[in-house]
Structure formats: structure tokens, C-alpha cells
Write a protein that binds this ligand. Structure first.
Ligand SMILES: [Zn+2]
Ligand SMILES: [Zn+2]
Length: 155
């Protein structure tokens, strides 16, 4: 999806679900990590995360647009535009937008350490120098014994 198409989608979603025009700028922002989109209070523009389009598809992407447009229209109308506001929650429900954005699971590598004495093992995201730390249970020497990939929802 190109920039111009995103703008067009935003305008259409606004008309279809809110019966109001979107008169500002919609753009992709690659740097958004844990959020699918954001509404900028100063400029009234909306930024969308292209990774959410890739990961969840167009239908869900449009749901996120609806969510951001709830912030947009309520803010411009000087109503409660924040997540905790009643106006906001009611409008979300009315247009069928999600309250929060789903998170993209991320693959990370965890390093496994095992105690040479009691054989307990544990995982750490960051590697460390085994000469500088001892087993928390028995003070035995630690050894790096492998690594494994896990999925996490936290970014
Ligand atoms: Zn929001
Ligand atoms: Zn130990």
C-alpha cells in the first residue's frame, strides 16, 4: 500500500463509519513498534504502522484506522478523546474498533546457563561473563549451555 492509498483508505473509512471527513494527513511510520497507529494531537495527523498491515492484514488494519479516527474526531469536537473517556469507549463500540491494538510477537534469542554443581539451568536474554557470576541457588560455577529462540509479545 502506498502513501496515497493509505490517505484514501483513511478518508473512506472516516466517511463510511463516522459520516465525517478526514481532513488531515495519514502516513506510514516505520518506527512505530508496539502500536498499530497513533493520532498526533498537534497536527491532527494519523500515523500508521506498516508492520501491522503485513502481520494482520487489511481488515484488521482498517480496525486500527477506526480506532485512530475515534481519537481524531472526538479531539476535534472537543469531546473525551482519551482511552479512559466515556465518549471514546462509546464511539469505539459504535464503529466496531478495538480498544487496544494486538501486539506483534517478536522472536528473540535467549541464552541458557547451567550450574555445574546443582545442574539448575536458566535463560537470560543478555549474555554475561560466567566468571563474574555464580549460581543463585548454590553458588556453583555457571556454564553457558546453549541458546533457544522464543516468541515474546513484549517489544
Ligand atoms: Zn488509542
Ligand atoms: Zn547451582
Amino acid at each position: 500500500m502506498k502513501q496515497a492509498e493509505l490517505q484514501q483508505h483513511m478518508e473512506e473509512v472516516s466517511l463510511q463509519f463516522f459520516h465525517k471527513e478526514f481532513r488531515h494527513q495519514a502516513s506510514f511510520n516505520n518506527r512505530l513498534r508496539t502500536t498499530g497507529g497513533r493520532y498526533l494531537l498537534q497536527s491532527h495527523n494519523i500515523e500508521m504502522n506498516p508492520k501491522y498491515l503485513e502481520n494482520f492484514g487489511l481488515a484488521y488494519f482498517i480496525d486500527i484506522m477506526k480506532h485512530e479516527l475515534c481519537h481524531y474526531h472526538l479531539h476535534l469536537e472537543k469531546k473525551g478523546y482519551q482511552h479512559r473517556d466515556k465518549d471514546f469507549r462509546e464511539l469505539l463500540k459504535k464503529v466496531g474498533a478495538p480498544r487496544f491494538c494486538a501486539t506483534i510477537p517478536r522472536e528473540i534469542t535467549m541464552h541458557e546457563y547451567t550450574c555445574e554443581h546443582c545442574k539448575k539451568s536458566f535463560l537470560r536474554q543478555r549474555r554475561f561473563n560466567v566468571n563474574r557470576y555464580r549460581c543463585g541457588a548454590c553458588q556453583g560455577r555457571l556454564r553457558e549451555t546453549g541458546s533457544q529462540k522464543i516468541y515474546t509479545e513484549n517489544a
